[in-house]
Design a binder for this molecule. Sequence first.
Ligand code: G6P
Length: 615
Amino acid sequence: MCGIVGYIGSRDASTVLIKGLKRLEYRGYDSAGIALINGELELDYRKGKGKVSNLERALRKDSLIGTLGIGHTRWATHGEPNDINSHPHLSESGNIAVVHNGIIENYNTLKKKLIERGRVFQSQTDTEVIGHLIEEIYLASPDITFEHAIRLALKQIVGTYGLAIINKEFPDTIFIARKGSPLLLGIGEEEMFIASDASPVVEYTNKVVYLDDGEIAIVNRNSYKVKTIDDVPLTKEVHELAISLDAIEKAGYPHFMLKEIFEQPRSIADCMRGRINPENGTVLLGGIEDVMDELVNARRITIAACGTSWHSALVGEYLFEQLAKTPVEVEYASEFRYRDPLIGKGDVLLVISQSGETADTLAAMREARKRGALVLGICNVVGSTIARETDAGVFTHAGPEIGVASTKAFTAQVVVLIMMALELGQRKGILNRKKMKEYIRELSKIPSKVEYILEHNDQEIRKMASLFTYAPNFLYLGRSYNFPVALEGALKLKEISYIHAEGYPAAEMKHGPIALIDEMMPVVVIAATDHTNDKMISNIEEVKARKGRIISIMNDDNPEVKKLSEFCISIPSTSDCFSPVLTVIPLQLLSYYIAVNRGCNVDQPRNLAKSVTVE
Ligand code: G6P
């Protein structure tokens, strides 16, 4: 979703901003723009619909020269994606430029009043009110400083924002503010960087300050001040970024998504590193050690998440119930938040989020905390809002995920859930030492099994993808642990190839989707040999009887599934409860190759955003 960059220093701001916006492209956007204060101390801007590369081309013809500026990638919420609605937005006089992530919920009321007072608006956006409002307050009295005017304006605003603001009267300052939309400050040598996530900043500095909600910062070349919106000065901790530049580049792969799929043997190993001990059969998750007693005594665990993270939550439900005998409810974060949830003291809410910034997940987390529940998180992005606001949690350590369609974050989330369920099962006395050793030994083999799948199935999957490139629909079926994988496989295909796909519990197919099956319909069955094998075979027979084209993800030891299938992807066996980490890999590759064949923009699919920061 929308991205913000800012720069103040001695480099060419335009170059830094464009590079930064390119680093933010993965978040999903439809237009881009920058504003600078140039050598003549004039404020100038370029913006427009389309890619950052269009903006870059425009700047090559008609450059902006200066050493201070702000930039933005917009994902439309209010007003269609077009040149006028792109950010930055200017104030009435053109002296002030604003870039904004988030939504101003009362913008209509504010806009009406501003129009009544004679302000003229150019765009249909909610953002445009901000510049007008700040300017109006600033000009109303000579006693009000610009910073004070910003704080007063923010008090009138209802909604969420990450903001970067420049005013040509202050050619050495960028003003930033945050409420509900992430923003960080990168501290360099006599230069400062502003960004909505760390990716534009890593190549310049690893020192960052994360702004919290209700805070503003006044940023100069050599210094910065952070204060609350009520003017209380704050001393902020300076964090060290752990990610490297390599991790956010493609390393020779044509797409980030493919790189991230192939990174999984390593990302899964990184996720388990130092946490499991196959010799003595133990798991130790330092991040939740202090709350283990509360987890052991919890009546139930509610898991809330969105998108792919919601699918890993569903796997979590099977895991906690089987391995730790703890009842689990899985909720869409957006629904949980708005239905007066029955959660309170003694309950645990576990939120799962790759980005740690998803607005609905964040809201669910805050709601549960308000009601007295213990709030735990599984996050990938260190320093993200969810990671910082949860009572305790476990990082997935999958490394930056840039492709919009989540791959390595999913497998790492499932691995964290496996480790949590095992540790909980052990503490509750449900899993004895012998059983634990068996599980942990098998878990430690998962990275090499993922590697085997990637090495041995890639070619076969490419072939299959070319046969089904133009199929208009797909059905994905799974049972037990592989039902969430069926949902995830269908979601991957939808997201990046725009083919309509549905995931279903295999038995539920009889209650509707079976009506869709004919000789045109590819049906992907996730048929890893497990306790549901016989029933799964019956479901495959039902598809075959209606001439559906069966593609199966199966284990070698399953001749019956093989016989029934038109195409087979054979993968190594594992414990039933670890199976999703393996079965999902061929599905990621299948959707990737189909999307590439269809000429889709794999890493930045239309309309989607990597980090959904609006509710
Ligand atoms: C967006 C992304 C998905 C992701 C979902 C939840 O829709 O495109 O890939 O699964 O948000 O994001 P989170 O960061 O909370 O896991």
